[in-house]
Design a binder for this molecule. Structure first.
Ligand code: ANZ
Ligand code: ZN
Length: 807
């Protein structure tokens, strides 16, 4: 018998599968289609670490099994290649990002092939390919035509050292993630996408898709729909205007029932009220200083509940509570955000924790209006009876809310409304390595879209990839690119020099896989109709409120303009847990705990690598790497090899344990591959192999085993299969059927003793836990009779043999 030598057999079969085109998805095949998708990677210079292949392998197993089950499977791959790390590397080295990207792609592609992932490489896409980003730009233009893309002055995070705008994710504790430089907020005109127009549908349609519950929850929390009321307070200043001419200060509140408990108001430091009443606020200089300080904080810091509240009173101004005409102080405080609701709140310290802390600090009145808590100690946010609230007294929160809204609407002081936490999507980056935004800025005509026939707007060559001194993209320096004729009036105009964010290309890439080479339209409608929606999409939890939400938004938009046939892009979404370093920490270069798949595959083979990654723990949980665990899996592979090389000729009958266990295992895998319980699938395969080791194994049984092993360890499966004399790939075989009778768990009778005396027998199955068996015994009618009125001291269970209850 020759040795199991993965480094010899693995490349051989990879080449064979590619030549046989086994992984190719066929448009319009009569077979049922199955579109499974993983998030396409960013081609980073470091290549893959062992964390990346975990989801790739899991869905590869699913894809391979579904092909064997007769599905026309599409499992495509591509590159999400615009973005920061490459650009930063280009700034550092002066190399063109395109060259860097090509090199990185080559590395990762080699690694993916090395692992035996069954991607359909004929559909490979790259977001930085002009033939691809032409369509990203085209989608932007459609958004622009529908008024869903607009330019607005926005605060951006600005790194003072890199002199560059940063995304929120790039700011860590107020410092630039890359250089540690100080970050402040700076105003800039930015392109915005009106995702808020889709907030309601993005929320409602979560009801139509099969996403993990925690993913749905994160998305709906992020969209954050809340029901409440807008209430208008009047602002009284030293000018003593009559009430009807006083300034209107509207607030958004989810608790209008607490209006009588409002004892002060808070506006965001950036609120227009401060600018408007500049001359009438006595301490205006301090108020403006406070505003400047707030500029240096991120939103997250401002709203952090743990942080001590800060603020400053606007001396000289008072607000008038519309329900009782009481005059109350107004503060500026940064825990109120300018961009949510109306940027102002009615503070009810008795019933809101932030207001409570603020009131304690500034010694403000805490007035209880909902009974139920102890407001001497803390705010009460629960239900209760209204008190101190005139016509609301005696009602509970909900009826009081209805009543006050009716009252406000009748008096014209307010109205019922909803609010969303979701904000419009800041879509501009002042960077080089992104899709140019296809807009021309004309002094006469304003923002003029580039004509579709002139797409793509190509990224020009530049000498320097760094953002310019005044914060523009380096594109702004390329005069012969920037200066163009206005497509509308023909006069001198300039190109938009902002580029799109990293999230643009990934918002629609799954559509392009359906028709990757089309140059007439982003993808042929009939092909989209055949392939979409994606049946199963797996990706990182960290993308739930970014990529996943953005792409749902674009998809809905494309649906509205008739480009795609479904309202939702992904029928199902799952998420994987991270692979941690051997030390249990997140893998990172600085910790030195990164494991490279190249090393693992070189030493143990790709199949061992794949099976280990599936075995290491529940797929959705973070799990530390263990070299010892890898060695254990290698031993399992060796065992499979050894058994496959010395099969016996003995006939088996249905009474043989190995037959029963085989059917049980086929059943288990059929079910658990579908739920991605892949670690338990691997243990089932191991148990089966151990049984073969005990009882021997003939070719017929072993071939069945190989079929269910091969999605996990495809190279070993194919090698042993063809060694047994087959001339065609094992992946052209049908997924084996199991006999339900044989797959049933073996049932055993276990005698039950009470204080050492045999009283009855219970039936237990192999898969029952000790806990379940004990409970089963205690629930038995005979046992119950004996236990009546007695105390159970102890239950001793000898697995499969006897259960003794001591009373
Ligand atoms: C008075 C009140 C009384 C409130 C009470 C709560 C409890 P969600 O559910 O997130 O929509 N708020 C409104 N605008 C704000 C802003 N720009 N920055 C910070 N806080 C703001 O929360 C709405 C509640 O958050 C509003 O209801 C308001 O406080 C506050 F017993 O109004 B409430
Ligand atoms: Zn013009």
């Amino acid at each position: 018998m020759n040795e199991y030598n993965p480094s010899e057999i693995e490349p051989k079969w990879q080449k064979y599968w590619e030549e046989q085109e086994l992984n190719k998805a066929e448009d319009f095949s009569k077979k049922p289609k199955f579109y499974c998708l993983i998030e396409f990677p960013y081609p980073s210079g470091e290549g893959l670490h062992v964390g990346h292949p975990r989801p790739y392998t899991a869905l590869d197993i699913l894809a391979r099994k579904r092909r064997m089950q007769g599905f026309n499977v599409m499992y495509p791959i591509g590159w999400d290649a615009f973005g920061l790390p490459t650009e930063n590397y280009a700034i550092k080295t002066g190399k063109h990002p395109k060259i860097i990207t090509e090199k990185n792609i080559a590395t990762i592609k080699r690694q993916m092939k090395m692992i035996g992932l069954s991607f359909d490489w004929s559909r490979e896409i790259n977001t930085t390919d002009p033939k691809y980003y032409k369509w990203t730009q085209w989608i932007f233009l459609q958004l622009f035509h529908k008024n869903l893309a607009y330019k607005a002055k926005m605060d951006v995070n600005w790194c003072t050292k890199c002199n560059v705008g940063l995304a929120n994710e790039e700011v860590v504790q107020n410092l630039c993630e890359r250089c540690g430089g100080e970050v402040y907020r700076r105003e800039r005109e930015q392109w915005m996408l009106k995702i808020t127009d889709y907030a309601d549908r993005l929320l409602a349609d979560l009801g139509t898709v099969d996403y993990l519950e925690k993913i749905k929850k994160q998305q709906s929390d992020w969209i954050g729909k809340s029901y409440g009321a807008q209430v208008v307070f009047k602002v009284k200043s030293k000018t003593m205007l009559p009430k009807e001419h006083m300034y209107d200060l509207p607030v958004y509140t989810t608790r209008p029932d607490t209006l009588f408990g409002c004892t002060y108001m808070v506006v965001a430091p950036e609120h227009e009220l401060i600018e408007k009443f500049k001359d009438q606020i006595d301490n205006i200089n301090d108020v403006l200083d406070y505003r400047d300080q707030a500029k240096h904080k991120t939103e997250l810091e401002r709203t952090n509940l743990e942080k001590a509240k800060t603020g400053i009173e606007l001396h000289g101004l008072k607000a008038i509570n519309p329900v009782n005409d009481e005059e109350i102080p107004i503060f500026s405080a940064d825990y109120v955000l300018a961009t949510y609701g109306t940027g102002a709140v009615m503070a009810v310290p008795a019933h809101d924790q932030r207001d409570y802390e603020f009131a304690k600090k500034f010694d403000l009145l805490v007035k209880e209006v909902v009974a139920g808590g102890n407001i001497k100690k803390e705010s009460w946010i629960g239900d209760g009876t209204l008190v101190n609230s005139e016509f609301l007294n005696g009602l509970n929160v909900q009826p009081a809310t209805d009543k006050i809204i009716e009252w406000l609407e009748n008096k014209g002081f307010g109205f019922q409304t909803v609010n969303y936490h979701l904000r419009d999507w800041i879509f501009s980056r002042q960077r080089y390595w992104g899709e140019p935004i296809p807009i021309i800025i004309c002094p006469r005509c304003g923002y003029v879209p580039v004509e579709e026939k002139n797409l793509p707007v190509l990224l020009p060559e530049v000498e320097n990839y760094q953002t310019t001194e005044n914060g523009d993209s380096p594109l702004a320096l390329i005069e012969d690119w920037v200066n163009v004729e206005c497509p509308k009036c023909g006069e001198e105009a300039k190109r938009e020099t902002d580029t799109m964010p990293q999230w643009a290309g990934s918002s629609w890439y799954f559509l392009r896989y359906c028709d990757p080479k089309n140059d007439k339209i982003l993808a042929d409608k009939k092909k989209l109709k055949y392939w979409t929606p994606v049946d199963w999409y797996n990706g990182g939890m960290e993308h739930t409120t970014l990529h996943l939400l953005y792409s749902r938004f674009w998809h809905k938009f494309l649906y509205d303009i008739g480009v795609v046939p479904t309202a939702e892009p992904y029928a199902k979404r799952t998420s994987h847990g991270l692979i941690l370093g051997e030390d249990g920490e997140k893998m990172s270069k600085s910790r030195g705990n990164v494991v490279n798949p190249d090393d693992v595959v070189k030493e143990y083979g790709a199949d061992t690598f794949r099976v280990y990654e599936m075995f290491m723990g529940p797929f959705d949980q973070p799990t530390p790497w263990s070299t010892q665990g890898v060695v254990g899996i290698k031993r399992f592979m060796d065992k499979v090899w050894a058994i496959g090389n010395k099969l016996d000729n003995k006939k088996r009958t249905n009474n043989d344990e190995e037959i029963r266990l085989l059917h049980k295992t086929i059943k288990q895998l059929a079910e658990q591959i579908e739920t991605l319980d892949l670690n338990t699938c691997v243990s089932a395969l191991m148990i089966l192999i151990n049984k073969f080791q005990d009882k021997g194994c003939n070719q017929e049984i072993f071939e069945q085993f190989l079929k269910i092993l091969s999605p996990f360890a495809p190279h070993l499966g194919e090698e042993l299969w063809q060694k047994l004399g087959h001339k065609k790939s094992i992946f052209l075989e049908k997924w084996p059927e199991y006999d339900p009778e044989l797959a049933k768990d073996a049932v055993k009778e276990v005698p039950v003793q009470i204080n050492g005396k045999m009283r009855c027998k219970i039936l237990v199955t192999e898969d029952m836990s000790e806990e379940e068996i004990k409970n089963l015994a205690l629930a038995d009618e005979h046992v119950k009779k004996w236990l009546e009125g007695k105390e159970v001291k102890k239950i001793i269970y000898v697995p499969g043999k006897i259960l003794n209850i001591v009373i």
